[in-house]
Write a protein that binds this ligand. Sequence first.
Ligand code: GDP
Ligand code: IMO
Ligand code: MG
Length: 423
Amino acid sequence: MSNTIVIGAQWGDEGKGKIVDLLTEKADVVVRPQGGNNAGHTVISEGKQYILHLIPSGILWPGKLCVIGNGVVMDPVALLKEIDGLIEKDIAVSPENLLISNRAHLVMPFHREMDAYKEANRSVKIGTTKRGIGPTYGDKVDRIGFRLHELVGDPAAFTERFSARIAECNRLFESVGLDPLDAATLAEELLAAGRRLAPYCTDTVEVLHREMKKGSTLLFEGAQGTYLDIDQGTYPYVTSSNTTSGGACTGSGVPPQKIHRVVGVTKAYTTRVGEGPFPTQNDDLADRFHKMGREFGATTGRKRRCGWLDLVLVRYAAMVNGFDELAITILDGLDDCDEIPVCTHYELDGKKLHLPPASAKDFARVTPVYETLPGWRCDTTAVTRYEDLPTNALAYLARIEKETETRVSMVGVGPSRDQTIIR
Ligand code: GDP
Ligand code: IMO
Ligand code: MG
């Protein structure tokens, strides 16, 4: 048994799906501990592309158990759509290989409405995915949320509480000029979803502990990334869950001493979708990627902002997550660069910063200080052994290791499963 957590070291979309897919071969159980269908994890398996939102990427491997943990916020209708979409692509999904925590909170239609309304009316926009994530976690913390066990196990109590909540929301909606929601129609839709999800709903904490007793290997698929973490990220330009490694424990009921390895995933450069500070942002680099058809959001299709690698971010991410190793993805994205600037530290008001500031205002004011490394200017997409990478690429990776004090154990040189070099 060797349990591994995979965590994004930047603002999400680091390529976690691909790394999880690769590591699934040696795992028995793949767990999604937090986030919701704001996530979009791309996996290319046997030439076909899959984008997973709520279901762990391990679902593409036969014989692996996938678990949606208690820390996830789950939209029942969106989840069923995702299950049906996979089945249509001949991927087996059933309670044999997918279980959902009965403690998982539900994203309700009014959460999605509120997300969109708040985002449209915020003077300082966050750029949310409008999937209802913030309002759902808000209700969870406010102790007024709906959990899967209630929808599945007590439909009468669910309907009563849901109708009361809709009435309350409608008063609010009408006061701001939004159309009211129809409680009866929505409750019926949710109850129907609940009936279909009932066989998947269980106490996943018990399941995971039983698996560990049997000696099964667990793999945790973090969603989002360190700088979208509600505590460690660029608050308030963050998501509403703990996306760092601790979130994998609280979001699954697996205690920290059962974790043996934490893998940080970082792109060889940096991207961000949505608003918020991004010191190394570079619009020329973004244009180059967008013209190549790259760096569009896997969930919303929005253009991702792009920039050079920011080692301040990866350094702090290694600290707060306890990275044992780093997976560097899309090294091939830099194949045609003559020179590659990397940000080693920031300057703010005449002071050197090696770690990110707490305040988003300060984050937006820092000056990134770069060191420029020579590019390798050759195609790395067919390289299969670490030592066969071009000398300048090896020097680039060594620099990352030095600045983050973390060993690079995997390198992505293309989107498919076999384009990952294991060192
Ligand atoms: P996630 O949310 O962290 O799973 O990442 P996304 O799937 O949102 O975005 C990562 C994108 O990069 C996807 O389009 C992947 O197919 C792609 N990708 C992942 N690793 C590599 C790599 O090493 N090289 C290239 N060229 N693309 C990659
Ligand atoms: P994966 O798992 C990239 C961003 C949104 C927005 C902010 C808050 O694919 O890496 P939310 O809808 O969560 O309230 O939006 O967080 N965001 C992501 N960005 N990858 C993700 O997930 C993201 N999930 C949320 O763009 O800026
Ligand atoms: Mg993504």
